[in-house]
Design a binder for this molecule. Structure first.
Ligand code: SF4
Ligand code: SF4
Ligand code: SF4
Length: 293
């Protein structure tokens, strides 16, 4: 059994309580216009090319004809790239990188247990994230159950846009779900993410009925979902499973990643002001919700 991941981040402090190791799975069923992890969207491996670092040495073209330099402009025929990594290995400028590595639970587990002392001392653990980790439900179940055998705290960071069976599969081995909620209004949700929120709300209701522990993540994106905060607060205030809410300020720093991956940059320009964030958090608090900074 294998899954495709694109990163393992040690000493993460924003992916749940304490110090954690976060595994980023590749592939996401949504297409949020504000996504700051575009390397997590495609299920396939991808080549990143940071042109600012390129030395123009043309070594990559020697090992692969997909790199061309017509008129001095370095282009890559990405549609034919098989992510073999030969150009990455030879590049002296460190400007090429493959996102996407096939890995088994057995290979991954030792990388996740090595920081156990940090988890124990900080109340941390391991977080499965993405992309969308629950696009690999069987893999996640095996990994989470092994982590639980080791006595390690587990978190599943999900957009919720997955079949209910995927949630059921990991529920017995998940200590906390970090659950995204982007909009309650169906049309707003569709416009922002390309997907319906129906399944997301149903899955959250299921977690509530099962007595799961849930921390809600609300990305705050002015001009997109800022009109949803009050509705989200009212909805969440009725759910027992919600232990805390995090209002995440949108940032537009991922533009270079889109370019480096040859993707169309969809990032909104405007970022929230401190006053807007304060107000959004205040709305949540006024509905009795616990805010996590
Ligand atoms: S759910 Fe997350 S990873 Fe998927 S597109 Fe949206 S922001 Fe990106
Ligand atoms: S990863 Fe392989 S196929 Fe893709 S551009 Fe580099 S050498 Fe060519
Ligand atoms: S090998 Fe690297 S530094 Fe040299 S031209 Fe290719 S991408 Fe640029």
């Amino acid at each position: 059994m294998k899954a495709r991941i694109f990163d393992i981040k040690r000493f993460a402090v924003h992916d749940g309580d304490g110090i954690r190791t976060t595994v980023f799975f590749k592939g996401c069923p949504l297409r949020c216009v504000w996504c700051h992890n575009p390397e997590g969207i495609s299920f396939s491996s991808e080549l990143e090319f940071n042109s600012q670092r390129c030395l123009g040495c043309r070594e990559c073209a020697v090992v692969c004809p997909l790199h061309t330099f017509f008129g001095g402009v370095h282009e890559i025929k990405r549609e034919d790239c098989v992510s073999c990594g030969k150009c990455v290995e030879i590049c002296p400028g460190d400007c090429l990188k493959i996102y996407g590595q096939e890995i088994s639970p057995e290979e991954l587990l030792p990388k996740l247990t090595e920081d156990r002392d940090f988890y124990d001392n900080s109340g941390g653990g391991v977080t499965l994230s993405g992309g969308e980790c629950l696009m690999y439900p069987g893999f996640c179940r095996v990994l989470l159950s092994e982590l639980k055998k080791e006595g390690i705290h587990t978190a599943v960071d999900t957009c919720g846009y997955v079949p209910l069976e995927s949630i059921e599969t990991v529920l017995p081995f998940t200590d906390v779900f970090l659950y995204d909620l982007k909009a309650l209004d169906e049309e707003v949700h569709l416009r922002c993410t390309g997907g319906s929120n129906k399944i997301i709300l149903e899955n959250l209701m299921y977690l509530n009925s099962m007595g799961a522990e849930v921390e809600i993540r609300v990305p705050f994106v002015p001009g997109y979902n800022d009109g949803e905060i009050e509705k989200i607060a009212v909805f969440l205030s009725k759910l027992k499973c919600v232990k805390a809410v995090k209002v995440l300020p949108y940032h537009n720093l991922a533009g270079l990643k889109y370019t480096a991956l040859g993707m169309k940059n969809t990032l909104p320009k405007r970022v929230p002001t401190e006053a807007e964030l304060f107000s959004a958090r205040d709305i949540m608090k006024n509905h009795g919700l616990t805010i996590k900074e």
